[in-house]
Structure formats: structure tokens, C-alpha cells
Design a protein around this ligand. Sequence first.
Ligand code: F6R
Length: 366
Amino acid sequence: EKGGYEHFMLKEIYEQPKAVRDTISPRLNKDNTAIVLNELKWTKQYVEAFNKVYIIACGTAYHAGLVGKYYIEKLARIPVEIDIASEFRYRDPIIDDHTLTIVISQSGETSDTLAALKESKRLGAKTLAVTNVVGSSIAREADQVMYTWAGPEIAVASTKAYTTQLVTMFILAMYMSSLKGTISPERTHELLTELRHLPDQVGRTLEDVEPIKAFAKNYAYNNDVFYIGRSLDYYVALEGALKLKEISYIHAEAYAAGELKHGTLALIESGVPVIALATQKSVYEKTLSNIKEVKARDAVIIGIAAADDNELEKYVDHVIKVPTTDELLIPLLTVVPLQLLAYYAAITRGCDVDKPRNLAKSVTVE
Ligand code: F6R
């Protein structure tokens, strides 16, 4: 059942090229010029009626939501608020019938997310579920559904559900932007061509994992690991830190790189591993200066960069490169080495990777 892999988590990490392909293929037209969403069939008028989008989720799905917020704001120019389900449902959110609430849930059964969805409906929002389980409670409760076609995810730590959630949010944002006319046909074609190549590129991130194994072995007995990045890189950093915490029990924190000097820099001392993501061009120089700040405190820096980056390696101790793609889509690639780092750190420490202590796959209690 594990298909020759030692753990479900590793199997699911390696299933990502297929999962991402299955999620994209039915929704992309042949010549990469348009998103086709038969499950939504929205009109320009329908999308333009929304003056606000809420994205609600928990855990890894929330991290996918952060990327989704960025996509919808950047591409479709609609303001997006995002919240954790257990916060949202108790904070008297401002919602009316011009609000679209998107809930993201792999299992479709998370009780706080389901309750947040019901509360949104009660207040008059239109609702859309992004979920991996056909016929789940959340799929049944929402007005509309977009499925992530990741296939069953067994390991407690979410991997292929996350990447398929990212790609689903990208597809949705592109769909909204094409209805609203917020991006040009040329840019649409460029992005959708990158989208077409994405599954193969995810596959390429899995080709040479030996360096990642070596880092994981070297740093598996550190007490703390920090993840830094800006913009989309920050959201991936959050997900990387969560993976490490939940399966290896190493204390890990993700920081927006620019926020370090507002407190956390005090924790950076000699030998502390810092994973630094630097893929976003608009903030690249800023991230580099943050990297220099942590280097000045003698941290050990593992940089994560695109293949065409020849700069980062000058400032960090090690560098892991992922294939070059549009910077909007690169989170789907940079997260893979972070999943593998967490996996191999957990293995080195002898942890029960598929069933970490205290955690359940589906959180049906509040
Ligand atoms: C982390 C993880 C959890 C889930 C969270 C939401 O690896 O798996 O953080 O993402 O419990 O679960 P779903 O997506 O089923 O609502």
C-alpha cells in the first residue's frame, strides 16, 4: 500500500507531480490561453459583485490560503481577508451578500472550518469549498466546490494536499482575473504556459535529494531552526516550519525576513540553522540584506533559490536550487525541499513520521 516507500509521507511527496497534474489538466485549455472551470461557470457580473473575499482554513490549508490571498489580490484585484477558522468563527466577521467566502480543507471534515463556513452562509456570503474529499461535510455544505485531485492523503503531515491547494487557488485567481479583465491575454498565456510545465518541474525537485538528506542529518539535533522569506517566500517558510515541528519535534519558527530585527534576531546565534527563501524578485535585495544580518550572527544559512540565481550562493553556507518558473508559481517548487528536510530530519531522530504524537489526520473536535 505504500508502493515501496518507507512511509506514506514520502510516497505522497513523490506523488506530487501527478497530483498537481491531475488538478491542472481538466481546467486548462489546449493552447494554454484560458482556464475552464465547468464546476463554477461564473460570469463577469457574478465576480464583479464581490467586494471582498474571505479565505478561512486551519494549519497547512491556512498556509495555502495565504498564497491564495496573494494570487487573488495580485491577479484579480479583489481585497482578500484571511483567517484561521477557530478565530474567524468567534470574531463577528463583517460579511454580506457581496462577500465570497472560500474555505480550504483537505479532509473536508475539520470542525472549525465547517463551523466558519456555516457562519458565513448564515451571514449571507456566497461560499466556495476547496477540498480533497468528494462528498465530505464541507463539500456538501458549501454552495460551490473546487476539488483538489490529490488522491487520498494518509500521512498526518499534509504534502500533496498543500501543493494541489496552491495550484487550485492559482487556477481560481486566474479564472477570476480573466472574467474581470485584470490581466492581459499575453500575460495570461505566459502564466498558463508555466502552469502547464509545473508538474514536470515539481518532478525535477525530487530528482536529487541527497544534499537535502545530508543537511537534515547534520542539523537534526539542533534545538531550533528558523525559516525566513518575504512575500510568497514567507508563506512557504510558514509551511516549512510547520512540517518540521509536527514530524521531527524540532522547534521551528518562520519569520517575515523584514520582521526579524523587531525581536527575533535576538535568538540568532552561532550555529543556528536558518533556511532562507529568496525567489521573489521585487524583494530580492531586501531579503539579501536580512540574510547578511543573520550571517553576521554566525547562523548557518541554507538558501533556497531558483536555478537561474547565481547571487544567493555568495551569501549563504549552502544553497538548494529549484527549477526556474514564474515567481508566482515557485512556491509549488520551493516547498518540496522543505517537506523533504522535515521528513529526513524526523527519520534521523527516529520519529514516527506518518503518525506524529498528539496529532490526528482529521480534526473533528474544536
Ligand atoms: C499539517 C496538517 C494540518 C491540517 C489542518 C487542516 O500538516 O495536516 O495542519 O492542514 O488540520 O486540515 P484540513 O485541511 O483537513 O481541514
